[in-house]
Ligand binder design. Structure first.
Ligand code: SF4
Length: 457
């Protein structure tokens, strides 16, 4: 289904749209306050951008260096070309270790690979341990945001879900009670787990170590209690040196939630005595994206979610309307690279206001890339007849100043004089949910000329 159709489902609940919008704007505001406190924030962003660009240009070398060092540390390294291979490798490791219960900390890569259903089909219990992820897992939904996976749910819905699945008492959505119950429930799962699966935020080539960032400590709880730790990472998670971590950890937390640092930045390097550690390095379309000069910078992404929090379209259409693992502006660049036909509407789900590029901590030119996808999609996929004709007509008008002036005159007159029922008629999709303003007497051009003449006189 197209983004606009899915968005219209979300938009039916106006109250939800309002608090979704406000909740994300609150996070964006926190981000602003936090970054304005950092002297040299722009230099930090430039540095992050530069390190990522250098890494992508030397990706093969850094990946090999990382593998060598990780192996020296006693970690078993696996390579997966795609999602299917990733899932098979994880399943194989679990089988070899007779693991029937696993705890997972938030990993968008395993979401991308649809790991949970694959493991569950083999009789393995998979528990997502990030609170937001656990909520959406109980609701049999997917995350709607990469940092705040259950941001589309209110506390009363969580209350009902917990009553149904965890046997909690009705509490009128009391967050403290609900969090306490979730903690008790998850602790049992951590203790029972045969294996822990985590994502990887940054993998350091020169040490073979990696860092996982969480605010709940759930990655640590899983990895420190279970006898097997599997870490799944996309190839682009590599950074060259340990000293670069400081740059990215500062950029990530502030951009994601406005925190100076994520509560838990857990460094993993070698397995503890008696514990096995595996790393699965996954491509799954990333090399192909790297080969597209216009879009390769999208691989700089450190998954902070800031572009989603600021995007007026994401905030008002909800993450599920993107029908993709990574929603929002960056997802709308990544998804068409995977399936152009399925995701052809996503690059159009943007006002191209550029706010996403402004907040991106690693300076990805998000709105320019969205614009580039639009040009490709318009050429390569069939467009609706009405849209094609309308665009042709608009092109024609914009190319001829006289025509533009005449059409402007007619439009202004119509907005002032025609009855509302005619203006907000069926073909005018803008008028379905909003009133158009009264047309001004003068065009902007005329107003500007008059103003200049007034100044002279
Ligand atoms: S594109 Fe930039 S702002 Fe968006 S999630 Fe990635 S790093 Fe954050």
């Amino acid at each position: 289904m197209s983004h606009s159709k899915l968005a219209s489902i979300f938009n039916k609940d106006e109250k939800r749209v309002d608090w979704h919008d406000k909740a994300l704007w609150f996070v964006r505001h926190k981000r602003d306050l936090s970054v304005h406190n950092v002297k040299g924030w722009e230099e930090l962003r430039n540095l992050g951008h530069g390190i990522k660009a250098h890494m992508l240009s030397n990706l093969d070398n850094y990946l090999i260096q990382f593998e060598e060092n990780a192996k020296k540390n006693g970690v078993q390294v696996h390579w997966a070309a795609d999602a299917d291979e990733h899932n098979k490798i994880v399943l194989q490791i679990l089988k070899e270790n007779n693991a029937k219960k696993i705890v997972k900390s938030k990993s968008m890569l395993t979401e991308e690979c649809h790991l949970n259903p694959c493991l569950e089909a083999d009789g393995i219990e998979v528990i997502d341990t990030d609170l937001g992820e656990r909520i959406v897992q109980l609701a049999k939904e997917t995350p709607s945001h990469i940092v705040l996976p259950a941001i589309h749910k209110n506390r009363h819905e969580v209350d009902e879900l917990f009553q149904e699945h965890l046997g909690t008492k009705p509490c009128d959505g009391d967050p403290q009670y609900l969090t306490g119950e979730a903690r008790k429930h998850l602790r049992t799962k951590f203790i029972q787990a045969d294996a822990a699966l985590t994502g990887v935020n940054f993998a350091v080539a020169d040490t073979g170590g990696f860092v996982v960032c969480t605010n709940e400590g759930n990655a640590d709880m899983g990895a420190h209690l279970a006898p097997v730790h599997i870490a799944s990472m996309g190839v682009e998670k590599i950074i060259p040196k340990q000293e670069h971590l400081g740059v990215f950890l500062r950029l990530l937390a502030r951009s994601a939630t406005g925190q100076p640092i994520t509560t838990y930045s857990s460094h993993f390097k070698k397995p503890r005595k008696g514990v096995k550690m595996h790393i699965v390095i996954v491509d799954n379309g990333r090399s192909e994206q790297l080969s597209r000069p216009d879009f390769r910078a999208s691989l700089h992404c450190i998954r902070c979610g800031a572009c989603m929090n600021t995007c007026p379209i994401y905030r008002r259409s909800g993450g599920h309307s993107y029908d993709a693992t990574i929603p929002g502006p960056i997802g709308s660049i990544l998804s068409p690279g995977k399936d152009l036909t399925k995701h052809s509407t996503l690059p159009f789900a943007s006002t191209l206001c550029g706010s996403c590029s402004d907040v991106c901590p690693v300076k990805i030119d998000i709105h320019s890339q969205l614009y580039k996808w639009r040009q490709i999609i318009t050429k390569e996929t069939p467009q609706p007849f009405v849209k094609k004709q309308a665009m042709k007509a608009m092109g024609n008008i914009f190319a001829h100043p006289n025509r533009f002036e005449t059409v402007g005159k007619i439009a202004r007159w119509s907005l002032r004089n025609l009855p509302k029922a005619m203006i907000n008629s069926k073909p005018n999709v803008w008028g379905h949910t909003r009133d158009l303003p009264l047309g001004p007497e003068k065009s902007f051009d005329q107003w500007f000329k008059d103003r200049e003449n007034d100044k002279k006189s």
